[in-house]
Design a protein around this ligand. Structure first.
Ligand code: NAD
Length: 260
């Protein structure tokens, strides 16, 4: 379905971004990986995608907290693979603390990486999508783009902002072949959530498995994690013709979290 298209997925060296990149490659898209990590491990991921799915896959190591590096990322993707048709703004970080104890530098970093990076990437990638009159912009928001939780002031603000940004981009592109939507996952068992589980286990002096179940029980009625593969399949759907009139939506996949 995506033969001849190129997908740039920020933060795709791990977790959800990697799941989305693999799913898009499975449909024939060439892939631009981005994110941090061990160079050897990243090269294994890149080669694994290229070999398994018979697509081109490159890795571009940009820090998306820096607008100039995002611009360079989109430019390098375009020069090496010819185009960017699908942009998945996925890179994200978390910090958990009450507002009066929240380090201002963590606020700045979360707003930069979880929100502003999407603005800069879209700003730079959109013109070529409009020229070809086809594009898919998928912002990985969160249930925290729709509802709040304590101790996540920067994350919740950034993700609500990302949902707002998604709506504006969708309206500005509404008469074109470019669509923009946000996916709002509930808990997914990635390094980002594993850290929160470990912190909870330590703080309450309980086993990791108990901390995992407690975390799910608080928010996610299914008591099961959403998987990167399920989110990848959702992204593939948003890239299909069937989703051409889905515009500006914030779409939960959350085990029932936001139904409550
Ligand atoms: P993860 O920690 O597994 O992956 C995050 C990725 O972002 C990694 O590849 C990392 O290297 C990259 N990254 C971090 N800072 C970066 C920077 N400055 N520049 C470039 N890359 C950077 O986390 P994840 O859970 O897969 O999270 C991916 C996205 O999904 C995030 O936006 C997160 O907020 C969102 N999300 C996660 C969950 C969850 O339960 N895991 C739920 C809802 C939304």
């Amino acid at each position: 379905m995506l033969n001849g298209k190129t997908a740039l997925v920020t933060g795709s060296t791990s977790g959800i971004g990697l799941g989305v990149a693999r799913a898009l490659a499975g449909q024939g898209a060439d892939i631009v990986l981005n994110g941090f990590g061990d160079a050897g491990e990243i090269e294994k991921l890149r080669k694994g995608i290229a070999d398994q799915f018979k697509v081109k896959a490159i890795y571009v190591p940009a820090d998306v907290s820096k607008p100039a590096e995002i611009e360079a990322l989109v430019k390098r993707a375009t020069s090496e693979l010819g185009r960017v048709d699908i942009l998945v703004n996925n890179a994200g970080i978390q910090h958990v603390a009450s507002i009066h104890e929240f380090p201002p530098e963590k606020w700045d970093a979360i707003i930069a990486i979880n929100l502003s990076s999407a603005f800069h990437a879209i700003r730079v990638a959109l013109p070529q999508m409009l020229e070809r009159n086809w594009g898919r912009i998928i912002n990985i928001a969160s249930t925290h783009g729709l509802v709040a939780s304590v101790q996540k002031v920067a994350y919740v603000a950034a993700k609500h902002g990302l949902v707002g940004l998604t709506k504006v981009v969708a309206l500005e592109t509404a008469k074109t072949g470019v669509t923009c939507n946000a996916i709002c996952p509930g808990w997914v068992l990635t390094p980002l959530v594993q850290q929160q589980i470990e912190a909870r286990a330590k703080a309450q002096n309980i086993p990791i498995e108990k901390a995992k179940i407690d975390l799910l029980s608080e928010k996610q009625p299914s008591l099961e994690f959403v998987t990167p593969e399920q989110l990848g399949a959702f992204a593939v759907f948003l890239c299909s013709d069937a989703a051409a009139q889905m515009r500006g939506q914030a779409l939960p996949m959350d085990g029932g979290w936001t139904a409550q």
